[in-house]
Ligand binder design. Structure first.
Ligand code: S3P
Length: 441
């Protein structure tokens, strides 16, 4: 177990380049593996979750080469994967498990996926139900709706599925299985979740349709696909990783940070909208786009934040940033209400509980609710008067809890100790080094 100690800082300065987007990195390996030809991925995220995806495909016979500045995937085509000899280890990664389930449902061999204790307690019924409806032979081995999952050959047919949750992992599992199905497949979700699968499938040559409905729900459809074709992919920086430094720049007095190359796809950029509503001083510079994925540099300066309401269709566009937003809310003036976010309960930890525990340890006023939390901020104006006090923070091995509370530690009096801080490697190896670099000596 490694413990990271953080103390209060002001005068953060520097230029930070954010590592590649985790969601896009996963998808680049998956689609590259089942495409014909070679896919070259630049700015791939070498975090533990994406390495789990690489290892699973290597075990199914896909050659994946790591070059100095890119990853090369020598695709096997839609039906070229081979049966893995052992259980596929999906580590801590929900994205690997759920998306890969969709691909494995279409294969002519049996496979088993299993992960760590957190992963094996997360709900998989949400993908088992629609995949079974498509004709897949997928079961939870322990019968508890969780991994380990066993997937055997089945004959897939297209369905029109109404997902009860706005989840890109559910949507993607169904669309990927739909590539192998007879007939068209459609998924409708109550609000639009991240659309990286739809965008990338289109660029690999799949026939994908999308529509937004007047009630806020969204549909994505796919036609059966004989083959996909390898592509050049540039992965923008992960906005979920950038969020920690945007928050650090806004919270620490006398700070100015330039955060380079941040993916700003609207289905992911809810954090920026909420920052704006809270009064954060942000400027977007050098906007560009590759493969339908927009990106921008973001300049952030110390800001006096105020409370806000975070709810509804915005939630899927910032679901992973809620721990960081909760810390910002504790340092803001006024009340922040987070609702419609029951999905927080089924992330790497129950993040309603783990955020509440961390904030309370630091002296914040937070009340957990069934679908979010209410935070009475005790900060701004008068940035020198921090409302947080240093504390021992349990990360519960949740990377986003560790990073959010490391930033809280920068704004807190005294020392903050983050337990099991190595868990940041799941999505952001190098996080603490970058944090050290922007802090004055
Ligand atoms: C992800 C989707 C989100 C997100 C997760 C990554 C993805 O989960 O929380 O970190 O890459 O598709 P859900 O789809 O379950 O909302």
């Amino acid at each position: 177990m490694s413990v990271k100690t953080i103390t209060r800082k002001s005068g953060l300065r520097g230029e930070i380049t954010i590592p590649g987007d985790k969601s896009i990195s996963h998808r680049s390996i998956m689609l590259g593996a089942i495409a014909l030809g070679t896919t070259e991925v630049s700015n791939f995220l070498e975090g533990a979750d994406c390495l789990s995806t690489i290892n699973c495909f290597r075990r199914m016979g896909v050659e994946i080469e790591k070059k100095s500045d890119s990853v090369l995937i020598h695709g096997k085509g839609m039906r070229g994967l081979s049966a893995p000899k052992d259980t596929l280890d999906v580590g801590n990664s929900g994205t690997t498990t759920r998306l890969l389930s969709g691909i494995l449902a279409g294969q002519g061999f049996t496979s088993v996926m299993s992960g760590d204790a957190s992963l094996n307690s997360r709900p998989m019924g949400r993908i088992i139900t629609p995949l079974q409806e498509m004709g897949a032979d997928i079961t939870s081995i322990k019968g508890n709706g969780c991994a380990p999952l066993k997937i055997s050959p089945g004959t897939l047919h297209g369905i029109s599925y109404h997902s009860p949750v706005a989840s890109a992992q559910v949507k993607s599992a169904i669309l990927l299985a739909g590539l192998y199905a007879k007939g068209d497949t459609q998924v409708t979700e109550p609000a639009l979740s991240r659309n990286h699968t739809e965008l990338m499938l289109q660029s690999f040559g799949a026939d994908v349709t999308t529509s937004l409905h007047t009630d806020g729900s969204a549909s994505a459809g796919v036609r059966p696909c004989p083959e996909l074709y390898g592509q050049q992919i540039y992965v923008p920086g992960d906005i979920s990783s950038a969020a920690y430094f945007i928050a650090a720049g806004a919270l620490a007095p006398d700070s100015e940070l330039l955060i380079k190359n941040v993916g700003t796809n609207t289905t992911r950029a809810g954090f920026l909208k909420v920052c704006e509503a809270m009064g954060a001083d942000l400027t977007l510079l050098n906007q560009a786009s590759t493969g339908g994925e927009p990106r921008s540099d973001i300049l952030v300066r110390t800001s006096c934040l105020k409370g806000t309401v975070i709810e509804g269709a915005l939630i899927p566009a910032l679901i992973d940033e809620i721990p960081m937003l909760a810390v910002m809310a504790a340092c803001a003036e006024g009340t922040t209400v987070i609702k419609d976010a029951a999905e927080l309960k089924v992330k790497e930890t129950n993040r309603i509980d783990t955020v509440t525990a961390g904030l309370r340890a630091m002296g914040a006023d937070v009340t957990p609710t069934d679908d979010g939390m209410i935070i009475h901020g005790k900060g701004a104006p008068g940035k020198d008067n921090t409302p947080l006090r240093g504390a021992e923070i349990q990360s519960f091995l949740d990377h986003r809890i560790a990073m959010s509370f490391a930033v809280a530690g920068l704004a807190a009096d005294g020392e903050t100790h983050i337990t099991d801080s190595q868990c940041v490697d799941v999505s952001y190896p190098g996080f603490f080094k970058t944090l050290d670099n922007i802090c004055p000596a």
